[in-house]
Design a binder for this molecule. Sequence first.
Ligand SMILES: Cc1cc2nc3c(=O)[nH]c(=O)nc-3n(C[C@H](O)[C@H](O)[C@H](O)COP(=O)(O)OP(=O)(O)OC[C@H]3O[C@@H](n4cnc5c(N)ncnc54)[C@H](O)[C@@H]3O)c2cc1C
Length: 394
Amino acid sequence: MKIKNFYDIVVVGSGPAGGMTALTAAKNSASVLILERDREIGIPVRCAEGISLVSLSKFFEPDGKWISKYIEGAKLYAPNGESCVMVASAIGKGVILERRLFDSYICKLAAENGAEILTKADAYDLIKENGKICGVKFRHFNEERIVRTNLVIGADGPESRIGRLAGLETSLQISDIESSAQYVLADIKIEHQFSHFFFGNKIAPGGYAWVFPKGKNIANVGIGVRADKCNGKNAKEFLDEFISDKFPDAKMISFIAGCAPTGITLKKITADNIILVGDAARQVNPVSGGGLSNVLLAGKIAGEIAAEAVKKNNFSDKFLKKYHKIWMKEKGKQQKLLHKLKEIFFDFSDEELNDLTKRLNKIPKEKLTLFQLLKTAIKGYPALVRELIKAYII
Ligand SMILES: Cc1cc2nc3c(=O)[nH]c(=O)nc-3n(C[C@H](O)[C@H](O)[C@H](O)COP(=O)(O)OP(=O)(O)OC[C@H]3O[C@@H](n4cnc5c(N)ncnc54)[C@H](O)[C@@H]3O)c2cc1C
């Protein structure tokens, strides 16, 4: 596949963050190339594919071509088995995507707006001249190739090789790494109108297990655990125990393992001629580990600033920092607060989780919002409750 020698912007990674950045920048007249390591966009899927309908609709008209199911609420399970339902009229509807089609839809839109895409293109180094980043070296099948650019976008997921190559500090604290494993299970019997969340220190230390239905009898069933709380047991072992307990007769369709960074946004997500976005910049929700709505927003902001940089021919860190500033204003502060809540919530004993569920069940269903849930969970931390109220009012 022939590509040009130079693009205004080269995006490494075709996930939702990279796709959205490329789409936005291309729409704003920048010439864009996306490099994707895998053979096909969106595969393998390392995601439970859940997103709220409200968040999704901010960016795209929901489309049955890449949505597998609409969800009418969430069911939370305490370690003692007591459950609590959060209904859609209070928390909004959810959507389970078909990520392999969704990611590729975003890239298709980017291509329709002029972006070029090269798959099976593994970016392994940055070209630097006199210390200035001015291109990307990549392996395309077995061939070593280069492409020159004024701006590299590192949208290369949690490992973020591009961030490291650019000299940005990307290391994660062990307490901010959620090791995950997930099966797609068929022939599974569950209330398929809800997404299901299971908590408990024996089930998923420092995390939770989930069941996100993709249809009547098929679901993403996964687990996220904090490695430092697991005494050497890995996420797959926890998941296998969970499944043999809850769904012994279900049939396995596929398996994936991955990691979700659940910290806060890196201190620096820009430098001269470079921007990091998405999981690479650690822009996920630290409580849920969900990144989709945040990374779509981050990609949109990054794409706008990148296109502005092209128009002004200014790729300095000083200019690109505008992206970081807007991101922090939109989501960064909320993310910091959620990170504090995560530290408290995932330290709860099983008794505290049982008690929390009991208290949640006393709240009328139509009033049980995410805000109410968090407020109830941190009742014993008045300063944080005040921060939470402020964050939700502002
Ligand atoms: C098990 C699991 C379940 C999850 N479930 C949910 C969920 O239900 N809802 C939710 O909102 N979030 C969920 N998340 C988080 C969500 O998947 C991520 O936040 C989201 O995918 C981040 O998007 P991204 O574009 O930043 O990175 P990614 O989606 O990881 O995309 C990065 C892309 O970069 C490519 N790449 C990497 N290195 C290179 C390279 N050197 N050269 C070229 N290409 C490269 C990769 O192949 C990949 O295509 C889950 C995460 C995990 C691990």
